[in-house]
Design a protein around this ligand. Structure first.
Ligand code: HEM
Length: 479
């Protein structure tokens, strides 16, 4: 059903955009350079049906084999140039980033809010990025360790004895950590409840067919998005009335002034808060789900990780003292497990940009208005850069990857400002998970679903139990 809607949507988009694209193409001189090789597929639909009917990685990999590391296609109503080499990704995202602007479907922009930083390029983007980056920098994260630890313990304890989808448990965890980062630890319970309720409806509608008809998930999401704005405005007004400077993202956004002394308005603040929550939640949750799967499937590695974490737990008097930032930095094997999970899972398989002018790359023309897609996953799974790429082998990170070949958090001006935060959350999760609990995965093994991030089938159903003697003092403290 979802796929049928997707295809219909693609078709409509395509009909609307094809005439525009053709007009643009006629205006351009293609005498000097040729567009890259590749197939534009069928009239109107391009190769959209192929992209949707097979695993996207296979779709791109077969074309890469046929045409090389730069090729063209036509999907979702847009002519695209696909780039599968580290140099090309760097060209688009770093060295010539000014020639490629971010591009998202209008329906998604409307849902998150048009002022969210990742839709922008230039001075507004830089201003917002600096604020978000400052708040998510290692220095700022030190103070969050005990609160993240409390949230992790509470999530794990609520899972004990139950069969649950790992991905759902991880979504709950990353949502709560996102709320902590944005609002600090003093958000009123009634606000938290309203935020969560409406966010979940928006989230459900985000990837649905964008039809504005009552009862349809997209319509419900747009209505919930308005309510979400209302809740956020109320929180902002209460903060402003109190006049106390809070050291969380909301505090930074409220206090920020531009060069002419102007504050951000409520729309700008709300869109960026929702944007950061969206950017943080499913990405981190899907990687954490993969970490659980990979560790479960590699018992020897799990034992080594447990040994590393138990040694830390022992210095903390068997968990009765909280973890410290310095301890999270000493988790060397666990850190490599996270890096390898990021590579293997490549939950953000690629990104989109749009050429703002005709651009020449290695003798090829990337015409103005065409979409450009650097393929992170294909780079991460290329045996030229990662020996035996299908093998889960954290030890490969004992040596730094070749430049621009490891891009789980993107690269350049739009690279992920939350990467340290995501890794910290995962380190704390793994510490508690392996020292105090045991888990078994249930059901289908090895199958993957796209929602739209890669996650194990059905979100990896699993059962969690306390290890004998596990979870003493600090579990009680959190409950
Ligand atoms: C494992 C978890 C995560 C992964 C794999 C991930 C990946 C990415 C990637 C690949 C981009 C760049 C997209 C592009 O260039 O088009 C990005 C951007 C972004 N991420 Fe993350 N992310 C993660 C977690 C987080 C967290 C925890 C936060 C915030 C707390 C966050 C906030 C953002 C924001 C705000 C942007 C937009 C930056 C900009 O446009 O300047 N992400 N992320």
């Amino acid at each position: 059903m979802g796929m049928a809607f997707g295809i219909l949507y693609a078709f409509l988009l395509l009909v609307l955009s094809t005439s525009l694209c053709l007009r643009r193409r006629k205006r351009r001189s293609e005498d000097k350079y040729k567009v890259p090789p590749g197939s534009m597929g069928w009239p109107y639909v391009g190769e959209t049906l192929q992209l949707y009917s097979e695993d996207p990685s296979v779709f791109f990999a077969t074309r890469q084999k046929r045409y090389g590391e730069i090729f063209k296609t036509h999907v979702l109503g847009c002519p695209c140039v696909i780039l599968a080499s580290p140099e090309a990704a760097r060209f688009v995202l770093v060295t010539q980033a000014h020639l490629f602007k971010p591009t998202y479907p209008r329906s998604k922009e409307r849902m998150i809010g048009p002022w969210a930083l990742f839709f922008h390029h230039g001075s507004y983007h830089m201003r917002l990025r600096k604020l978000v980056q400052g708040l998510l920098s290692p220095n700022a994260l030190h103070g969050l360790v005990p609160d993240i630890e409390r949230i992790v313990i509470s999530m794990l304890e609520s899972w004990v004895g139950l069969e649950a989808r790992t991905f759902h448990a991880m979504e709950k965890l990353s949502f709560d950590v996102g709320v902590l980062t944005i609002f600090g630890d003093r958000l009123e319970e009634r606000h938290k409840v309203e935020l969560k309720k409406n966010y979940l409806i928006v989230d459900k509608g985000y990837n649905s067919f964008p039809m504005y008809l009552p009862g349809i998930p997209y319509h419900k999401a747009i209505v919930a998005r308005k309510r979400l704005h209302g809740v956020l405005s109320e929180i902002m007004n209460e903060r402003r009335k109190k006049g106390v400077r809070e050291n969380d993202l909301l505090g930074c956004l409220i206090d920020s002034k531009d060069d002419s002394g102007e504050h951000l308005n409520d729309d700008q603040i709300a869109d960026n808060i929702i944007g950061v929550l969206f950017a943080a939640q499913h990405t981190t949750a899907s990687v954490m789900t993969w970490v659980l799967k990979f560790l479960h499937d590699e018992p020897k590695l799990l034992e080594s990780v447990r040994a590393e974490q138990t040694a830390i737990q022992e210095t903390n008097e068997f968990g009765s003292r909280p973890l410290t930032w310095a301890q999270t930095k000493s988790m060397s094997l666990t850190h490599k497990v996270i890096l390898e999970s990021l590579r293997m899972a490549s939950v953000i398989s690629f990104t989109f940009r749009e050429a703002v002018a005709d651009v020449e790359y290695k003798g090829y023309l990337i015409p103005k208005g065409w979409k450009v897609m650097p393929l992170f996953r294909n780079i991460h799974h290329n045996p030229d850069f990662f020996h035996e790429p299908k093998m889960f082998d954290p030890s490969r990170f004992e040596v730094a990857p070749k430049p621009n070949t490891f891009l789980p958090f993107g690269n350049g001006v739009h690279a992920c400002p939350g990467n340290e935060m995501a890794k910290l959350e995962m380190l704390i999760l793994i510490h508690h998970l392996v020292t105090k609990y045991r888990w078994e995965t249930l059901g289908h093994q090895g199958e993957i679903e796209y929602c739209p991030f890669h996650v194990p089938k059905h979100g990896l159903p699993a059962r969690l139990r306390r290890a004998s003697g596990g979870c003493v003092a600090r579990c009680k403290q959190s409950s």
